[in-house]
Design a protein around this ligand. Structure first.
Ligand code: SAH
Length: 469
């Protein structure tokens, strides 16, 4: 059985340093159950492929086993010497020990760097077929290609075998790729060649440290990895959940809640997103760009709704975008979802071709962050150049501020706000923009409406002339 890992990181030869195996040599390692060979079928500046070939000793396997009772035919005739199973995980751990442990003498800076990698494992027994392969690897951010093999090419009517060639492509640190394979190969096989004891819990927690707690199939992975030891599986899951009890999103949320208590940000924020989503759907928009997406909450809501085929987020702040990537768990996003998403850094006050081609654009709590003299360029970028059929704009209603306790009179809600408009000011601006660029506009309140001061947030929905529904 064979595992090849290809890197197209430049220079590709760095793969040799990361694996601590010289690309010019073919090396052989003696393991208790056979031999492992490492060699490089391909080395150039552009691509480098390292192969790990495991040559199991089928007789040694049987000899090593102290069978209870009479030996069975199954002990002698089985697929173990020929497929990637828990033996293979042991080989990865022994032969690529430093790379799996995240150590590199020569390229320490590359250890945690996400690099473009492809891996191919064959033959891989999969009890659960292609759906299981996808459920295990896609949440980790891989593009998965699974090729199932027939039982025997000469006898096609014998049907399919449980053996696959698995190809993975992704951009991630090599140590993560190795730890995914280390844990998931025996999970797919759902068998272990050795007795599973408490030490296996430690191995699972150590190898899964960077990804397992958040994996949607976490419980099944623990159950299958800790083969036939449900008590240990429960212990592992409990520890994973406990150790990872501090969900970074949750603390962020809490902090945001504290900071934005004034506006009761969470509920108003949610209401705003709800109203925006409804307006987008009503307009029939399927391709949506969120301009000034910040940390990506609307982007996430759009992506979670398959009505929206294509979702883009733009922000001028790289920090906000990093935040968005983390919040969206971009590095682990399934390929199909990832393909619908684009995050880009850019400014709304400069014309940008990438903003065009969407059905709708959103400017949610953004215009008030722009200096008034820069508003006109922003208007042109959005309404003249990008020119989507629908534009949704929200901004605070200054009149409502008197209802916020703890906000001194005349102060704005946020230190970075350049202005906050009354309802009349926002309407005047929106009507002028609509008239200049050929749109119609209607207004909606967001949040609880006060009879005198109106709603905390005001919203304008612009519809390009001739597109009114
Ligand atoms: N729409 C988000 C974020 C609002 S905060 C939400 O509703 O939660 C305003 C965002 O606009 C910030 O992330 C800020 O970085 C971004 N922004 C301000 N001026 C910008 C400009 N000129 N170009 C692009 N983004 C801008």
């Amino acid at each position: 059985m064979l595992l090849t890992i290809t890197s197209t990181h430049q220079p590709a030869g760095d793969l040799g340093y990361l694996l601590a195996k010289h690309p010019d040599r073919c090396q052989t390692f003696d393991l208790s159950f056979g031999k492992a060979h490492v060699f490089y079928p391909e080395v150039s500046d552009a691509r480098c492929t390292a192969a790990l070939l495991l040559d199991l000793d089928p007789v040694g396997l049987v000899r090593g086993r102290r069978a209870k009772g009479a030996p069975t035919l199954g002990q002698y005739v089985n697929d173990r010497p020929y497929v990637a199973s828990s033996f293979f995980s042991v080989a990865i751990a022994e032969v690529y020990r430093s790379a799996l442990g995240g150590r590199s003498k020569e390229r320490p800076e590359l250890v945690d760097q996400a690099i473009p990698l492809q891996a191919r494992v064959e033959p891989l027994p999969v009890r659960g077929g292609e759906p299981l392969l996808r459920r295990l690897f896609e949440p980790l951010g891989y593009e998965v290609t699974a090729t199932r093999h027939g039982l025997d090419a000469s006898f096609p009517d014998w049907g399919e075998s449980p053996y696959f060639t698995l190809e993975l492509a992704g951009t991630l640190p090599l140590r993560d790729l190795l730890s995914h394979l280390y844990v998931l190969i025996p999970v797919l096989d759902h068998d272990k060649h050795y007795w599973v004891d408490k030490a296996e819990v430690e191995k699972l927690l150590a190898k899964g440290e960077r990804w397992l707690a958040d994996h949607p199939e976490r419980d099944q992975i623990a159950r299958r990895y800790l083969y036939r030891q449900p008590r240990l599986a429960r212990e592992a899951v409990a520890r994973l959940v406990d150790e990872d009890g501090v969900d970074p999103d949750e603390t962020e949320e809490k902090q945001a809640r504290r900071e934005e208590k004034l506006e009761e940000k969470l509920s108003l924020d949610e209401q705003r997103r709800g109203v925006v989503l409804a307006a987008l759907k009503e307009a029939g928009a399927r391709r949506v760009i969120d301009l000034g997406c910040g940390e990506g909450k609307l982007v996430r809501a759009l992506l979670d709704d398959t009505h929206f085929q294509s979702v883009a987020g733009v922000d001028v702040s790289p920090r906000a975008l990093e935040h968005a990537e983390r919040r969206l768990k971009l590095d682990r996003m399934p390929a199909l979802k990832r393909e619908r998403l684009k995050l880009m850094q850019g400014s709304l006050t400069y014309r940008d071709k990438r903003f065009a081609g969407y059905d709708a654009a959103c400017l949610i709590e953004v215009i008030e962050h722009v200096d008034t003299p820069r508003l006109e360029p922003l208007e042109r970028v959005v309404f003249e150049f990008a020119r989507p059929a629908t534009v949704v704009v929200t901004t605070p209603n200054r009149e409502y501020n008197v209802l916020f306790e703890g906000l001194p009179e005349g102060r704005l809600r946020h230190a970075d706000h350049r202005f906050e408009w009354s309802r009349a000011e926002f309407r005047a601006w929106a009507k002028r923009v609509a008239a200049v660029y050929g749109y119609a506009v209607r207004f909606l309140p967001v949040g609880d409406v006060h009879p005198e001061h109106g709603a905390p947030t005001q919203m304008g929905v612009f519809t390009r002339d001739g597109e009114a529904r």
